[in-house]
Design a protein around this ligand. Structure first.
Ligand SMILES: C[S@@+](CC[C@H](N)C(=O)[O-])C[C@H]1O[C@@H](n2cnc3c(N)ncnc32)[C@H](O)[C@@H]1O
Length: 224
């Protein structure tokens, strides 16, 4: 996957790029670039936003600024960029990110994420340059950078080879292997601590009974 993030804070992604599963994905040939859209603004003094038509509080990210950034990166009209790569505006009101959407994005060869700031995007950015709007939850963050990292974290860990143990991502919360249910509880040593005992079945060595117990626990969590 070739992932680009358009942001006013590209340096924030240096930390993200250094995380183990992200490093693993990059070492496998995937890419993640953070692009400062202030760097290509056609306006003076690095301006990227403006006051909202109709009045109201805050500043809105300008469509001409985002167009210049996308053109500089892809060398073509951003209206056509979206026909060959997924271009996502991160917005609080977008499609809520879940495991199914993460899996869908992990299957894309290329992904562009646009991080808003202030009051958000001029709507024409979303309408004409983007394929999707994605929200990481029904609350409002100060900017799209943390949302972009959340999206990329869950997407990149799904890429084959990104996790140390390939099995980790197969049977985990919300996966098909668990019929979309939360994962079952885990325990490790010591088997007894302050009178809190590990369920006997997990110490039994009986693989089929353990498998059944885990699936039952997972289903129980889904219904509670
Ligand atoms: C302060 S928010 C703008 C909120 C906007 N005025 C509203 O009420 O919907 C600034 C930017 O943060 C990002 N953002 C905030 N909350 C988000 C969320 N829950 N999911 C994804 N992005 C979010 C978006 O990129 C947004 O443009």
């Amino acid at each position: 996957m070739n992932a680009d993030v358009f942001t006013l804070f590209p340096e924030w992604f240096e930390w993200f790029r250094a995380q183990r599963h992200v490093e693993n994905a990059l070492a496998l040939g995937h890419s993640l670039d953070a692009i400062d859209f202030r760097g290509s603004t056609p306006l003076k003094w690095g301006q990227v936003d403006d006051t909202p038509f109709g009045g109201g509080a805050g500043m809105v990210l300008r469509v001409d600024v985002m167009e210049a950034a996308l053109r500089a990166r892809y060398g073509e009209d951003p209206v056509s960029v979206r026909s060959r790569r997924r271009v996502v505006a991160l917005t609080p009101g977008g499609r809520t990110l879940d495991d199914a959407l993460a899996g869908e994005l992990a299957g894309e060869p290329s992904l562009t994420l646009l991080c808003g700031r202030y009051e958000g995007f001029d709507q024409r950015i979303v309408d004409h340059f983007c394929t999707d709007e994605i929200s990481i939850g029904r609350y409002v963050l100060a900017g799209g950078e943390l949302a972009a990292m959340v999206v990329l974290d869950t997407v990149l860990r799904k890429l084959p080879g990104a996790l140390g143990h390939a099995d980790s991502a197969v049977e985990e919360s919300f996966s098909e292997a668990l019929d979309g249910a939360p994962e079952y509880p885990h325990y490790t040593r010591p088997a007894s601590w302050r009178g809190w005992e590990v369920p006997d079945v997990l110490l039994s060595g009986h693989h089929e009974r353990i498998r059944q117990w885990r699936h039952e626990q997972s289903r129980r969590r889904a219904s509670s």
